[in-house]
Design a protein around this ligand. Structure first.
Ligand code: BF8
Length: 670
């Protein structure tokens, strides 16, 4: 068996990989190894299967076929494959958005029998004003219409900086309705339609923008209206959050419509007494992947792990029931669950898994279904064999729940809320810039190792890191989401800011659809003024250090289309085309202001990001960095210089006492 260290940087994962071998269970790493060597044509993006004459494969060494049967060359084939991935990623996010809009519509209509209701009237009021409608029902209708909008730009696009919108209009990629962009992109990749690879990449950007500034942004807004706007909150992460003496239910997938209702059901007195009658001390709900981020942000529920933890969690023998909805759910789960008593339940009409039980989840009957799932979990607990349970002891404290709505309060205080303190810290050289580190795990890279290496490297260089998705979970498990991480990892300038403001150096902003929150933060920095009039002028960047899913490619592309330098690791299937790489890594910058850096080397990604931040600082004529190699070299700013930073006791700096462990934290007083 390969060494567990080569498969994961997480000690809990390594422990469970040894357990997998004992149990004779195959995991994603074993299956990935079984496939090696991976198809070289596929890895380069040079295999075309869009018609049934093929599949056609282009010889990368130039000795055999250089075009497919229809005449498509390497560049068109690579661009077409990439465009199809982007369409699928955009479809996944945006269909999630549509789903929550439909739940919102059901909750908003008069005489509603929906189990859901508006829980955030302030956010609703702000959206009503922005969208120019009078009622929640009108808003839901208007949002739903964005998916099928045939002409004219999406309404949320208005939030983007004017210069960015001007660029999109000039390029002809201002997105229309989400469905329309995805359908048109797929049409253009059909055999014999768009044959210009660069035009195809521009069309892919248009569909990606429809996701980032459309489907995903709408999803985030609606979820905040229905389930509440997150505030800083503390919790724990890693497999050690599973409880030996409680019924453990893992929620996995993406849409909080399911997970929020399960959390509510698990807290009902009759469900708790059922669990006690079954011999359990309580009901413990924990999450995997993005739905974990959703219920963490709003409810403080613990996170069991990120993408590569989904099978490992089942191997503990402590999970009584795993309930899934859509996206990033491995079809292998029922086989792995069969090692123990664990039940796997699917709930979405769009996502069935052979071997799992399907309990259809309907928003109108959500309470009953959620309770039924909890009852099944309690029953399964009765079949648990305590002698076979092995829960890794690893679990880590964290603070999550930052958003574009609440960050101004944490940064500026209650009476002077705003991004000015952050902008001053950047302008004065205390903070080098802001980098979004997001995305997945992949079996191609030792789990979490790239996320941790990159984030630690950036922190040491006084870079404030914002996160979503499985990357945020990777850093949570490693303790980087604690305020104390500033002392342990941040450069002196960033330490000073974290101490003065009382936030961790790594800010958790939610799930993958919540990358829209990061776009909103960047837009707010532009609006506040002083460090650039456009996203492409800001000292900001993005990275997907362990990208796996098509959604990650879509996110990367809308970041680049929005003017953001984006490091993407490992290299996606573009290496087979010089034209595609040249456009996405260089030429696109003249059009959108952003560009990709594709690399397999995380140190090269870090160097590229830091060089990019410094070049933007130079172009804006910002002050030199205040500290070089930890030594103060000059500068001034809004924060008191501190040579040593005293760690906040617990989360005192966030106004967080013990009683607030699972409650929302208040922004700091002025
Ligand atoms: O949407 S980061 S592995 S869970 S795709 Fe999937 Fe990637 Fe995780 Fe969330 Ni995002």
């Amino acid at each position: 068996m390969p060494k567990p260290e080569s498969r994961s940087a997480d000690p809990a994962a390594r422990e469970m990989l040894i357990r997998a071998a004992e149990l004779g269970a195959k995991t994603v790493w074993d299956r990935h190894d079984d496939l090696k060597p991976l198809c070289g044509f596929g890895e380069l993006g040079l295999c075309c299967d869009v018609c049934y004459m093929g599949p056609c494969r282009i010889d990368p060494f130039g000795e055999r076929a250089q075009v497919g049967a229809c005449g498509a060359d390497a560049h068109l084939i690579v661009a077409r494959n990439l465009a199809r991935a982007v369409a699928c990623g955009a479809a996944a996010h945006s269909d999630h958005g549509r789903e929550v809009v439909e739940v919102f519509r059901g909750a908003a209509e008069s005489g509603s029998t929906s189990a859901y209701a508006v829980s955030n009237p302030e956010r609703l009021a702000a959206l009503l004003a922005e969208w120019g409608v009078a009622t929640a029902s009108d808003l839901a209708d208007r949002m739903a219409s964005q998916f099928g909008l045939q002409n004219g730009p999406l309404i949320p696009l208005e939030r983007a900086p004017r210069e960015q919108r001007r660029r999109w209009e000039k390029m002809g990629i201002s997105p229309r309705g989400i469905d329309r962009e995805i359908v048109e992109l797929l049409h253009r990749t059909h055999h014999g339609v768009e044959s210009d690879p660069v035009e195809l990449l521009r069309a892919a950007m248009r569909a990606a923008l429809a996701d980032g500034w459309g489907g995903s942004m709408i999803a985030t807004d609606v979820q905040d209206v229905l389930f509440g706007g997150p505030m800083a909150i503390r919790s724990r992460a890693n497999l050690g959050v599973l409880e030996e003496k409680q019924v453990n239910i893992l929620v996995h997938g993406h849409e909080p419509v399911l997970s929020e209702m399960l959390v509510a059901a698990s807290r009902q007195p009759d469900m708790l007494s059922l669990a006690r009658q079954g011999g359990a001390e309580g009901i413990n709900i924990a999450g995997i992947c993005c739905t974990a981020n959703e219920i963490l942000m709003r409810q403080g529920m613990p996170i069991a792990g990120n993408y590569l933890h989904q099978e490992l969690a089942l191997l503990t023998g402590a999970v009584d029931l795993m309930v899934v909805d859509v996206q990033c759910v491995m079809p292998s789960l029922p086989q792995v669950a069969a090692c123990h008593h664990t039940k796997v339940v699917t709930t979405s009409s769009k996502a069935h898994v052979p071997g799992a039980e399907h309990i259809g989840f309907d928003a109108h009957d959500a309470r009953r279904t959620a309770r039924e799932i909890v009852v099944r979990a309690v029953e399964a607990f009765g079949r648990r064999d305590p002698a076979r349970v092995q829960i890794p002891r690893h679990r880590m404290d964290l603070v999550a729940g930052f958003t574009n709505e609440n960050l101004p309060h944490y940064l500026g205080g209650r009476f002077r809320a705003g991004y000015r303190p952050l902008i001053d810290a950047i302008a004065s050289g205390r903070i080098r810039g802001v980098v979004a580190v997001v995305g997945c795990n992949t079996a191609r890279i030792s789990q979490d190792s790239h996320h941790l290496a990159l984030v630690r490297r950036l922190l040491a260089q006084d870079v404030l890191v914002v996160q979503t998705g499985c990357s945020a979970i990777a850093c949570a498990k490693a303790g980087l989401l604690r305020p104390e991480a500033a002392v342990e990892y941040a450069g002196p300038g960033l330490q000073e800011v974290c101490a003065a403001v009382g936030v961790p150096p790594v800010l958790h902003l939610g799930s993958c659809v919540d990358n829209s929150r990061i776009l909103a933060v960047c837009t707010a920095l532009v609006a506040e003024g002083g460090i650039g009039g456009d996203l492409s002028e800001l000292p900001i960047a993005a990275a997907a250090p362990e990208a796996m899913s098509e959604k990650a490619m879509t996110i990367g592309l809308y970041a680049v289309a929005s003017g953001v330098f984006t490091a993407f690791t490992p290299v996606p299937r573009v290496a087979g085309s010089r034209v595609v790489r040249q456009y996405l890594e260089q030429d696109v910058e003249r059009e959108t202001g952003g560009r990709f850096l594709f690399t397999n080397d995380i140190e090269e990604a870090a160097r590229g990001i830091l060089a990019h931040l410094d070049s933007k600082r130079k172009a804006l004529n910002l002050a030199p960095m205040m500290y070089q190699d930890g030594v103060r070299s000059g500068g001034s700013g809004a924060f008191r210089a501190m040579s040593t930073y005293v760690a906040p006791t617990g989360l005192a700096s966030l106004g967080c006492g013990k009683a607030q462990e699972r409650s929302q934290l208040r922004p700091p007083e002025e």
